[in-house]
Each structure stands twice: as structure tokens, then as C-alpha cells.
Design a binder for this molecule. Structure first.
Ligand code: ZN
Length: 720
């Protein structure tokens, strides 16, 4: 019997993209043999992106290779870059993907094909009103341009490359109302494309139409690849965990069946780098659907593109990528190397480690017993039906997101949608940070994954602050808890159906009889208090309340150990008495248990880092989940991801203890301890990178590994 071979793209892949300036043709001054060798030896890659259609100046329609019927790029008239470089790269064990720009076309190209341009709702071409980069327009996936694009993909595949990466297309905000889109929408829905109005179901249909259009384009593009090479790879930037990706018509899950990798960016930018775990979040989100995943890391130094990031930043990104079970990707500008010829060193060390130990990265399964829902559908459809959350108190906050015209009140949908989107984004971030800092092993679940089969492997499901759930999602969650599973939820989790309409379908599971309203929205000076001891909380403990909290009437038989204070409407105003509204609901449901906080605690934590918020969440998780398979005793800045292979556990430990952003220094951590409850005696325990000798003791109940030290990253391997 032969062992099935794993395709290269299902094994650990390390990708590199190098740009050449001032014009891409300067690549022709390079010794291509030497270039490929340095990418292999110095950068330790096994996959390279090479430019097939230009990424700059709106010249996406010009190619660096011979493509029948397409325009050649200046400098490449007599030189076929793809056909020349690909065999050289292959010789060095590097797979080649051609980068094809699919979104930036200069106006001269647009002028030749006016019916291809993306059109705004006001009838004007998007790119003429919002010039892309330094100028240029963008084309529509439903227009005849699609055939032009598929032809280009086929021509690229004929050069012998292993696949293509499509940079775009996107469906830009307020697009597309081109003749093709209008015709197709009318055929499908019998009506014209509607204006933005979140109370109009047709508007939500239009948003889905945009996403479906992009998915259909990718499906046909995949066919174009496979017509030339049935094994060919194709993917595009399918968007990260952000709830805002609907604005560009992107739904990662709709695209997944038609692409080889799920890829998304996690770029460091100076002054915006507030999320220490952005790469880990991106990786874990991408891993949630079935394709191999890749996190794109910009090695360029923020907006200083001709220099590269400090070593600490790229190290942090690469180890978070590896520990999330995803593939790495780096991009830099070739001219950066004249000033920083040693840029490859931090990358070489980590990627050669992965290459040497690649068997530990292949076909791994998460062992998490906790799963959290990151729902794109919620990002797209959630606009809170609770009017009062749009009225915010506090200094400088005089908004109710209604614009008045001649005395009438018109809802400012864009402002409301932005506020709701921020609420969802911060809910994900807050929950993710707490679970990571508290060393909870957890997976991310996507829309459509709340099924009996998928939930069976988990002990606890988490719905963070807001979730639009279909009827079948809600039913599956109820069965899950009835059969002994547990649920942690907060705020408006499950209050909306998959189209975003308010529903009470989850109220019985959460222990809610009725929602009576919203506390006045104010950040600060509002509280809740425990009126009886619960979890590790003592009676009379007062804790901080976040800005968004609901007045909920609980069902009978539901425990309500904490209640909100009556609202305090200004700073330093007297402390108010306790209200009748619970701040925490605990109930049994069938054989399982549910804890529900009628407060947006993920959002609150992301905004403030409030310790009581973290304690509320982690105490609930520990109560609901019980003992973890692997427990980590380490500072909160150490994070852990654990995977299983046959007869093996792989415990990834990352030291996120950094001096700031950009990362200049990692503060080493000592005396980390792991406790394993694996129910069997391990054969061998060892670490792959930093810990040569492990202090191991084995008892009936558990395996303890003491005195682990961590500078950056290690993997503890437990074989049994
Ligand atoms: Zn269109």
C-alpha cells in the first residue's frame, strides 16, 4: 500500500513577494539564478510570488510574459519573465505563483471599456470619483471584463507556473450599479438595486448579491486555472476577521470553495498597532474554514516602504502565524536590501526552524474544548434594533445618529452601521484577548458551523456580545446545551436572525423572559453588584459596568447573583441604589449550563482592559468548561496553542512580553509550568527550540512540566 502524497500546498508553505523599483523591469538587472538561490537559502521559502501583471501605476493590463491578446509591459517586450524564472525557482524547490493585479486600471484603459467600470449608486464610475492610489479606476466582476480576466489567467497558467494570486477584484463601497449588475439584479429579484436602508430586506439582498457575484467570479477564475493545470493553485485576499469586509463584497466563507488558500493581511502600521494579537487572530480566523490558510505580513517598515520592520516585529508576526497553524508570507522591496542587507536573518532563523521540523506542522488538529463564533453575517447584517443605544451620554457625546431635515427625523444609517460594526469588532477583539491571555484553548467558528457534528467536539460555545443566528443555528445550540454542552453569551448574542431581524429565538436558552430596554449609554460611573456569592465573587462586590447594558427580565428558575445599579447619568453624581435588573444570569438547560451577561463585556474589555471584565469572562469559562486538557501557569503575556497529530500533542508557547510597538525587545519569562490531563502515560516529552532539558514529573492525575523558560517561541512535543 502506498501512502497518499500530500499536495505541496497542504504542507507548511513559506511565501515571499519581492518588489522591484523604480520600474519592475529592474528585475532584469538581477542574476535570476542568484536571486532564486538567495530566496531559498537566506529566506528559507518554498513558494514565491512573481509579478505577472503590474501592481503599480494602474498598469494591471500589462504583462511581464507572453500572453496572446494582451499588452506587454515596458522592458519585457523581448523577455518572458514567468517562463524564464519559473524553471529556475523550481530547481531550487520553490513553487511559483504569479501575482495578477485585478483591481487597478489607469483611465486610458477604462476609457477603452466604459461598460467594464464599477459604477456607484449615483451613476458615476467609482474610480473617477475616488481615484485608486495615484489615479485609476476599477472594473466590475459582472461586466464583460470577467472574460478578459479569465483569458489572462489562462495565459499565465500556460507559462508553467504553479498557480495565481489575484490582487482583487473587490466590489468597492457603494458599487456596483453598472449595466451588467443592474440587469442581473433585476433578473434575480425583480426590482432595481435599492438605496442603503437597513430596514429594507432588499438592501440586505443586494449586499448578498455583491458577495455572491465575487464568489461566482472566483469560481470561474478557478475553472480557468484548472483548464490549463488541474492541480493549479488560485486564491485572493479573502479578508480577515474584521466585521467590515462586507463593504468590499467579501465573505471569506463564500469564497473558500473556489480557492486553494484562505489568505488575509495582518500588517504592522506605526501608530495603529493597538492589537498585540492581530496576527494570531487573523491566523485563527483563517484556519476556521477548511482550506490551508496564509497570513500576509508586510515586512516593509509601515509607511517607510524602502526599509524593513525591526526584527522584533517580524519575529512576533512569524511566530504568531506558525502557532496559529497557518502559513507565512512576507513582502519587501528589493532596494531595502542595499541599506539593510541582513534583513533576512530573523526570518531565516524562524523559517529554517519550521523547515527542519516540518513534520510537526503537518495536518494538525486543534484540541480546543472552547469555540467562539466570529460571524461575517453579523458583521454585515447587525444594526441594533434597540433605539437607545444610539443615544450616548458623556463629554463630547451629543449624538443620536439621526440627521434632521426640516423638522423631520431621518435615520443616519451610515453612522448607525459604523457604530454597530465597531461594537462587533471590539467584541471579537475583547473576547479573543481575554481567552488568549487566560490561556484558554479555543477555536473560532464561522457562520454555518453551528452544527451538531461540529459542536460535538466542544465543551463550551461562546457567543460574543452580538450574533445574528439562523433558526437552525439556534436549534443546534439548544441541542448542544441540552445534551450537556455549555454556553457563555453576552449582550445581544442571538437577538437577530441571519438577515438581521430581531428575534427572541434564543431567549429561553439565555434565561431571558423579556428585554425591557437599554441602560443609558455611558462609559464610566456605572456599576453592577453581586447580591449573593457566585463563582469566585463574594456578596457585595461592586464592579464596573460598561457602556452597553440591557434591562432584562429573567425567567423564573434562573439564578441572578448580580444586578446593575440604577443608572448614574454624570460623573461624581451620587452612587445609586440597586436596580431589579440582573447583571448575570446562570441557568441549567437540559443537562447543560448557560451563563449570560446582559452587557457588552467583549466591547468593554477591548475599550478599557477592565480587570473585572476579564475575571467575569474567565470565571464563567472555567465554570462551564471544567478542567482543560492542558493548563498553563505563566504570565498573561505568554500565549498557548495546542494541536494534535496521531499519538502526539504539540504545545506552542509564544512569549508576547514585549517592550512596546514596534517590538524592540522580548522580556524573557521563566518558571512556566504546564499541566497535562491526557489520561495516558506519555512515552517522550521534549521541546523543539529553546528548552533543551525539561523538568517532568508524572503522577496518576497529571503530567507536570516545570521550569520552562521562554524568550520567543517553543513547541513542547508530548508523544504517547
Ligand atoms: Zn457591475
Amino acid at each position: 500500500m502506498t501512502t497518499p502524497t500530500i499536495p505541496w500546498w497542504q504542507q507548511p508553505v513559506r511565501m515571499l513577494r519581492v518588489d522591484f523599483t523604480p520600474h519592475f523591469s529592474s528585475v532584469l538587472n538581477e542574476d535570476l539564478e542568484q536571486l532564486a538561490r538567495s530566496h531559498k537559502d537566506q529566506w528559507q521559502i518554498n513558494c514565491e510570488w512573481i509579478v505577472g501583471s503590474l501592481s503599480v501605476d494602474g498598469k494591471a493590463y500589462q504583462t511581464t510574459f507572453a500572453a496572446e491578446g494582451y499588452e506587454r509591459c515596458r522592458g519585457f517586450e523581448n523577455f518572458d519573465f514567468l517562463r524564464t524564472y519559473t524553471p529556475i525557482a523550481h530547481k531550487h524547490g520553490i513553487h511559483v505563483l504569479s501575482y495578477l493585479n485585478m483591481h487597478w486600471y489607469d483611465y486610458s484603459f477604462g476609457d477603452r471599456h466604459p461598460d467594464w467600470e464599477q459604477i456607484q449608486s449615483d451613476g458615476r464610475p467609482y474610480g473617477r470619483i475616488n481615484p485608486l492610489y495615484r489615479g485609476g479606476t476599477t472594473l466590475c466582476v459582472n461586466s464583460p471584463w470577467r472574460q478578459w480576466a479569465f483569458g489572462l489567467i489562462r495565459e499565465a497558467m500556460k507559462t508553467g507556473i504553479d498557480g495565481v494570486f489575484l490582487d482583487g477584484p473587490l466590489i468597492y463601497p457603494d458599487c456596483c450599479s453598472c449595466p451588467s449588475c443592474r440587469r442581473q439584479f433585476k433578473n434575480k429579484f425583480g426590482q432595481d438595486i435599492p438605496k442603503e436602508n437597513w430596514q429594507d430586506p432588499l438592501w440586505r439582498d443586494f449586499l448578498e448579491f455583491r458577495e455572491d457575484s465575487l464568489a461566482r467570479f472566483l469560481a470561474d477564475a478557478q475553472q480557468a486555472v484548472r483548464q490549463v493545470n488541474p492541480e493549479g493553485v488560485i486564491f485572493l485576499n479573502a479578508g480577515s476577521w474584521s466585521p467590515a469586509t462586507w463593504r468590499c463584497g467579501i465573505d471569506n466563507q463564500k469564497l473558500a470553495p473556489f480557492q486553494t488558500f484562505n489568505g488575509a493581511e495582518s500588517f504592522f502600521h506605526y501608530a495603529y498597532a493597538a492589537n498585540l494579537y492581530d496576527t494570531l487572530m487573523t491566523g485563527k480566523f483563517l484556519r476556521a474554514s477548511d482550506n490551508p490558510a496564509v497570513v500576509f505580513t508586510h515586512y516593509m517598515n509601515g509607511a517607510w516602504h524602502y526599509l524593513n520592520l525591526p526584527a522584533g516585529e517580524v519575529q512576533l508576526a512569524l511566530v504568531q502565524t506558525m502557532a496559529s497553524g497557518t502559513n507565512g508570507w512576507l513582502a519587501f522591496m528589493q532596494p531595502s536590501l542595499t541599506s539593510q542587507p541582513e534583513s533576512y536573518r530573523p526570518v531565516q532563523e524562524l523559517w529554517s526552524f519550521q523547515d527542519t521540523h516540518q513534520e510537526y506542522f503537518k495536518q494538525t488538529q486543534s484540541v480546543a474544548q472552547v469555540a467562539i463564533l466570529f460571524s461575517k453575517r453579523t458583521g454585515r447584517n447587525y444594526v441594533s434594533a434597540l433605539e437607545n443605544i444610539y443615544e450616548q451620554l458623556g463629554p463630547g457625546k451629543e449624538q443620536n445618529l439621526i440627521v434632521g431635515q426640516k423638522g423631520e427625523k431621518i435615520i443616519d444609517w451610515q453612522a448607525r452601521k459604523s457604530l454597530c460594526e465597531e461594537l462587533v469588532a471590539l467584541a471579537y477583539k475583547g473576547y479573543f484577548h481575554i481567552l488568549t491571555q487566560e490561556h484558554v484553548l479555543f477555536d473560532i467558528l464561522l457562520d454555518g458551523q453551528l452544527t451538531d457534528e461540529k459542536l460535538a467536539k466542544y465543551k463550551t460555545v461562546v457567543l460574543p456580545d452580538v450574533a445574528c443566528l439562523s433558526c437552525s443555528d439556534a436549534e443546534a445550540l439548544k441541542r448542544f446545551v441540552q445534551q450537556g454542552g455549555t454556553l457563555l453569551a453576552s449582550f445581544e448574542a442571538g437577538f437577530y436572525d441571519e438577515k438581521g431581524a430581531f428575534t427572541d429565538q434564543l431567549f429561553d436558552l439565555l434565561g431571558i423572559e423579556k428585554v425591557e430596554g437599554v441602560f443609558p449609554v455611558m462609559m464610566g460611573e456605572n456599576y453592577s453588584q453581586f447580591i449573593q456569592s457566585a463563582l469566585n465573587w463574594k456578596e457585595e462586590t461592586r464592579i464596573e459596568r460598561g457602556p452597553y447594558a440591557l434591562k432584562v427580565q429573567p425567567r423564573t428558575d434562573v439564578q441572578t447573583p448580580a444586578v446593575f445599579h440604577e443608572p448614574i447619568l454624570s460623573f461624581y453624581a451620587p452612587l445609586t441604589s440597586l436596580s431589579k435588573h440582573p447583571a448575570m444570569l446562570i441557568q441549567s438547560f437540559g443537562q447543560g449550563k448557560v451563563i449570560y451577561y446582559p452587557e457588552a463585556i467583549g466591547h468593554f474589555y477591548a475599550k478599557t482592559g477592565m480587570i473585572s471584565c476579564r475575571q467575569r469572562m474567565i470565571q464563567a469559562i472555567e465554570y462551564l468548561r471544567g478542567t482543560s486538557l492542558v493548563e498553563l501557569d505563566a504570565p498573561t503575556s505568554v500565549s498557548m496553542e495546542v494541536f494534535r497529530q496521531p499519538s502526539r500533542l504539540l504545545i506552542h508557547l509564544i512569549n508576547n512580553s514585549v517592550d512596546g510597538r514596534p517590538v524592540c525587545q522580548f522580556f524573557p519569562v521563566q518558571d512556566i509550568q504546564l499541566m497535562l490531563h491526557i489520561g495516558t502515560k506519555p512515552r517522550r516529552i521534549f521541546a523543539l527550540r529553546e528548552n533543551k532539558n525539561l523538568n517532568i514529573s508524572i503522577s496518576e492525575e497529571c503530567v507536570t512540566i516545570k521550569n520552562i523558560g521562554l524568550v520567543l517561541y517553543d513547541i513542547v512535543v508530548v508523544e504517547y
